[in-house]
Design a protein around this ligand. Structure first.
Ligand code: FES
Length: 76
């Protein structure tokens, strides 16, 4: 999952937020909810399509979602 994406991978295309920035907000700044990630990075605060797969439409399908990243990096 998140492992095979480079840290420069743009998870949130609206706000141009990279995977690296999101991981940093989770690990270093204790973002443990989508809201906190949004507050810290702006990711997921526009169309919200990067949050989960619920608004995927055909070719516009995103490959990595904030919910997946959050789940992976908040596991203990
Ligand atoms: S892609 Fe992240 S808010 Fe639109």
């Amino acid at each position: 999952m998140a492992k095979k994406f480079p840290h420069s991978y743009e998870v949130c295309t609206c706000k141009h937020v990279s995977l690296g920035e999101i991981i940093h907000s989770i690990k270093e700044r204790d973002a443990n909810t989508l809201e906190k990630i949004g507050d810290l990075t702006d990711a997921g605060t526009c169309c919200k399509c990067c949050q989960d797969s619920s608004c995927d439409i055909g070719a516009e399908k995103m490959e990595l979602y904030l919910t997946q990243i959050l789940e992976k990096f908040t596991k203990r």
